[in-house]
Design a protein around this ligand. Sequence first.
Ligand code: SF4
Length: 478
Amino acid sequence: MSTKEIIDFRKQVVEEVLELYPEKAKKNRRQHITIKENNECASCAVKSNSKTVPGLMTARGCAYAGAKGVVWGPVRDCTHISHGPVGCGYYSWANRRNLAEGEIGVDNFVPFLFTSDFQESDIIYGGDKKLEKIIHEIVGLFPNTKGVSILSECPVGLIGDDIESVSRRMAEEIKLPVIPVRCEGFRGISQSLGHHIANDAIRDHLIGKGPGREVGPYDVGIIGDYNIGGDAWASKKILEEIGLNVVNIWTGDSTIEMLQNGHLVKLNLIHCYRSMNYMARHMEETYGTPWLEFNFFGPTKIRESILKIAAMFDDSIMEKAKTVIEKYDAEMQKVIDIYRPRLEGKKVMLYVGGLRPRHVVGAYEDLGMEVIGTGYEFAHGEDYDKSMANLKDGTLIYDDVTAIEIEEFVSKLKPDLVGSGIKEKYVFEKMGLPFRQMHSWDYSGPYHGYQGFPIFARDMDMAVNSPTWKAVKAPWTK
Ligand code: SF4
């Protein structure tokens, strides 16, 4: 099919799927779906960051998920209280794979769930007293905690509790930062506002308030890498090999001190723009700390990123950067030689959160695969604009896609691989389609950096070329 025929066919698919809706829902959803067609401005074509239509089975989460699950939860030497009833903390307990070093329960509290476990009496009389008691218990039981964060769940904001004043009092008493985070799930329309609220809490309670330190000429911070399956460690390795000194990571395997000293670097390198651009901008405006976006998925993007980063420093760094690229290009070529012939020409459809729907495209292309559809749960207009350059004409783009839409799009476009989340995985596998989880890396990873690409390639091959797919249909039905 020519590009024009592909575009026409996909437009027709979109219209057919929209026909499933009542008039009002159809009108709303049409604005969130587009096909890339010689347009550079996606934000004009795709409406984003707006309320979900009720009852259409969105894959979105809430502000608490964005603040606790994503930004705060990975900070390893801080205890994070899920403040409210037990559900939100329980369901978000240890299921995001943000790895951290340290001894569990001693100076690493990431795998724990701390909850105030609201009962009816806490709703009626308020939970502030209980919160104070819990903070006392925490510092008694976990004396190495370097701070306490309070992640509000829905009821906290509705019953009028004053967690800010509890935090102020308790911070003085225990002589540690106590950080109130107003991330109740009813705020905003997705995880995205939770990121912003969580960033603002770092701004208001931590940044610039730490022990401080001298800034070395090659000190950098990685911002917005949550170390899923060891991603941030793989990225750190490259940066150190080119001569830079990674002193902070936000927030995968992070510490309270790293958040306090985030501005004390020569350059902040931002991987997840969506979740942490707020703090990167704040550090630049308030402390003059520059920042740069980069992409460590797949050798092509890694090469481009290394050169862009090295250009911010002196010749010695550039020299090392070129040596590192040369060394690893040869290694990555070996990976490509093995997997590209097995994956060449395979089509992929993606649906992830706020960064990966555009960031992983290059890694697929390094393996000869083509992304024919992609979309975000909670991106904003600028994310769609940033995506455009990475996508081919004819790519189907969907924002806050609903369960029925993604199912229909996949059955009609027939990709060879779907990359999305746990809620989607088994639907597509039952349809007989290879699937890889692109949030949890399907318990594999890392996928970032030179360490990650061979694992990424192996995993995609394992899914696409698994013999299982030949056994989906019973022989007597073939
Ligand atoms: S919407 Fe409210 S109740 Fe649901 S997970 Fe988020 S904070 Fe918890």
